[in-house]
Every structure is written in C-alpha cells, then in structure tokens.
Write a protein that binds this ligand. Structure first.
Ligand code: GLY
Ligand code: MN
Ligand code: MN
Length: 436
C-alpha cells in the first residue's frame, strides 16, 4: 500500500498548487469512562493520506518544498510508555515505514509549524472537526500575523481541504476495492451465520454475538453499531439496544457491516425469526426486493445519483397500492410523497472509509452522474408500525430493509455483497441449515 499513499499525497499536492500547505491532524483518543478509552479509530482523511494509525500525530504537506514535502509529527519512542500502552513508530519509523520526508516529535509542533506556515500563501485545513485543534491552527496563524511588523509573512487564505480530498476519496482504486471486498466478505459470512443461528426465544444481542464472531474471525472491526431489531423494533431505523427476545412469527431486521483496514461494508437483511415467511411478510418482502433490484439496475455510469431512488419509489408505491397499504393512483401518490409515511429514508449513500462516505451528491445543484470507481449502498425499505391507520393489520409491526454495497463499473455495476442470499426462498432454504 505504501506506493498508493505516496500517489495520493502527490495527487493532493498537485491539486493544492505551489505556495500552499496542508495540515491534517490524527483523531483524538476519547474517554469512555474514567480510565477507560473508546476503541481508537483513526480519522478517515488522515488515514487516507498517511496510512498512519497512531493518535497524537499531524501530517503536513508542503508541495514543492526542497527539504521535503511530507512532514509527520508523531509521538516519540518511549520505553516506559510503550511497555504500558503499546508500540510507537517514532520519528525513525515515520521516515522508514511511512515515507515521511521529515519527522518530528509531536511535542515540538508549536515551535516548528509556524515556521512552515510562514513561507506559504494558502493553508488547506478542514475546520470544525476538532475545536481544540482549530484553536491551535488559528493561534499559529495569529502568531505569524502578530509578528508581521518584523517582516514575517502570514498566509493569506484558509481553504477547506475537504473539496479536493473528498473528491479523491469518492473514486476507489483497485486496491481500495480489494479491501472493500474483504470487508464485504466478512459481513456476508456474519449475516449468513446470523440467519442460520436465529430462532424464537433468543435475545437480539445473542444474534449480534454471531455477527461479531465472524467480524473478529476475519480481523475486522464493526463499521457502525449493529442494528438487530425483531418485530416492532425493525421499524426503528437506528435501533441499537438489541436487548429484546425474538418472537415466533416476527421478522428480524439486521443492519450490520464489518470494517477492514478502515474500509466499511454495510448490509441489511430481513428474515422470519422462525425460518418461514407468513403470506403477508412474504408479500411485503418480495416487494422491497423488487424495489431493490430495480434500484440496483439503475446504478449505471451515466445515470444520476437520484435514479435508483426514483426506481425504488416507483416500485414501492405501486406495490403498496396493490397490497392496500396506500390508496390512490401511484403517479399521484409519488408526486405527493405519500410513500414517505412508510419509506422515509433515501435509497443509499456513498460507501468507503466512512460508512456514510464523503463525496458530493450534487454538482451545481444537479444530481451527480455515476462514474466507474464510485461505491454506494442500495437500501430501500418499508416500515409499518403498529396502529398504522388504513393499513391491513397483517402488515403492522413489520420493518423490512434490504441493503447491498454496489460499485459502479465501466459498463454497469458490481454488487460487492452479492454472495449473501436475498430472495425469500433462498433465505428460507439457508435458515433450514445450521452453521458449518
Ligand atoms: N447502517 C447505516 C446505514 O445503512 O446507512
Ligand atoms: Mn447504509
Ligand atoms: Mn446499513
């Protein structure tokens, strides 16, 4: 991967132009409770540019600088600290393993960084992620301005780094796709295991445990908190308590994805707790699947971002009229947005280092056109809570979503999560088997 990081930094510096400097801080460590910290997750922008996974680090890019264009500030080696808290690359590691041109202890940054800023006109930095680091950047700039009477040149412009960097991140390289496929495979195995393990009486967290088992077996983290919602809980879009018993006759909605080397996958499957769909559940399920397949078909280079959503809404609205859930003419119901009562989210999002990945959805107020290398989710659903007036009772307490990860290719698309069963028949067949 080293070559790929070098290429990214080179591309980014080319876009920034001469006379510029970029500052990227690592994510901070966050306290969970008292002496316990949350699992550390590197900032995605920082990771994309450096591949460096330690906290307390700052990457600086200075295009065209003779003494080195890539400077990494990081923690110093320290035998005692490393004995207690784990290994550090140190400055030598930064140079040798992470290809920094120059490396300094993070404790020296206040002395060194103002000097680097002084020679540059434009500062690329993304404000608003860390208040504390924002204040430090502003303090360095102020220090230079305050010294301007002694001939110091302060940069004139502060520019958000997002624009260039997130545009780069939107297009996944073959190496990134390979990592995303590894994450996808772990998620497929996890959902398969959950389908095979599920039975009435289990608690939602017990099914979650099956997911985590497969994630960890594959060396993955969880990309986001897993949603394991039985019956009515499937109608709560961000349900994560996962603490209720699964009931015979209910559906179970699982939205869970593994993260591999920083890259996320994001899969949802919905299936009957007892292994067999009721007629009403099957009718709704088959409808959501029809919508998902139509939406995936619309992921083609040249189509725009909203086309999968438009296709999903068409199929869902027509189907809901047929099942007596909505009343009226589909075209009119779509115009009025009547479907939103039971389908209230959009059909997908970009996927990459972040599960809701970066990248613009519109350009100049027009939906973005799909291009090869983009990766997105396709995830229509229907959610009918208890007491939904005018809806036949057999559909109440039913939440269904089907979500896959899709890459735009030169002449169509590739579903990265294709290996996971999806039709109601295939789901039932898999549920009739046990974990290998
Ligand atoms: N798992 C988050 C989402 O589907 O967007
Ligand atoms: Mn998603
Ligand atoms: Mn999801």
């Amino acid at each position: 991967m080293n070559k790929e990081f070098i290429k990214r930094r080179k591309n980014l510096m080319r876009m920034m132009g001469e006379d510029a400097i970029a500052i990227l801080p690592a994510a901070t460590v966050k306290t969970r409770n008292r002496d316990v910290e949350h699992d550390y997750r590197q900032d995605s922008d920082f990771l994309y540019v450096t591949g460096f996974e330690e906290p307390e680090a700052v990457a600086v890019l200075i295009p065209g600088r003779g003494h080195g264009q890539y400077i990494l500030f990081s923690r110093e080696r320290n035998e005692e600290m490393e004995t207690w808290h784990g290994r550090r690359a140190g400055q030598q590691g930064a140079l040798e393993r992470y290809d920094a041109d120059d490396a300094f202890p993070i404790s020296d940054i206040d002395e060194i960084l103002p000097g680097l800023l002084e020679q540059r006109q434009r500062v690329f930095y993304t404000m608003g992620i860390s208040d504390e680091f924002d204040q430090r950047v502003l303090a360095w700039l102020k220090q230079l301005r305050d010294n301007s009477r002694s001939g110091t040149q302060a940069p004139h412009e502060l520019i958000s780094l997002d624009y260039f960097l997130h545009e780069m991140r939107l297009f996944k390289s073959p190496k990134e796709i390979k990592l995303m496929k590894t994450a996808a495979k772990a998620s497929v195995n996890a959902h398969q295991r959950a389908l095979q393990s599920c039975k009435p009486g289990l608690y939602e967290y017990q099914v979650e445990a099956e997911l985590l088992y497969e994630f960890k077996q594959a060396g993955c983290a969880t990309a986001y908190p897993s949603i394991v919602g039985g019956g009515a809980n499937g109608c709560i879009l961000h349900y994560t308590e996962n603490n209720e018993a699964l009931q015979d006759g209910d559906l179970l909605l699982i939205d869970a994805g593994a993260e591999y080397q920083g890259y996320a996958s994001d899969i949802t499957r919905t299936f009957p707790v007892n292994g067999t769909f009721s007629d009403a559940q099957r009718a709704l399920y088959d409808l959501v699947l029809e919508a998902q397949l139509a939406a995936i078909d619309a992921v083609q280079p040249g189509n725009h971002w909203d086309q999968p959503h438009i296709e999903a809404v068409k199929v869902l609205t027509k189907g809901m009229v047929k099942l007596g859930i909505l009343k009226g003419r589909p075209a009119q119901l779509i115009k009025e947005g009547a479907y939103r009562k039971y389908y209230m989210h959009r059909t997908g999002h970009w996927l990459g280092l972040d599960v809701h990945d970066v990248g613009d959805y519109k350009i100049d107020d027009q939906w973005r056109i799909f291009e090869p290398g983009m990766v997105l989710t396709v995830e229509p659903g229907i959610y009918i809570p208890e007491g939904s007036r005018g809806v036949p009772k057999c559909y109440w307490n039913t939440g269904i979503r089907i979500e896959d990860d899709v890459r735009v290719t030169k002449d169509g698309n590739e579903v990265l999560t294709q290996a996971l069963v999806k039709s109601s028949e295939d789901i039932e067949a898999l549920m009739a088997t046990s974990v290998a």
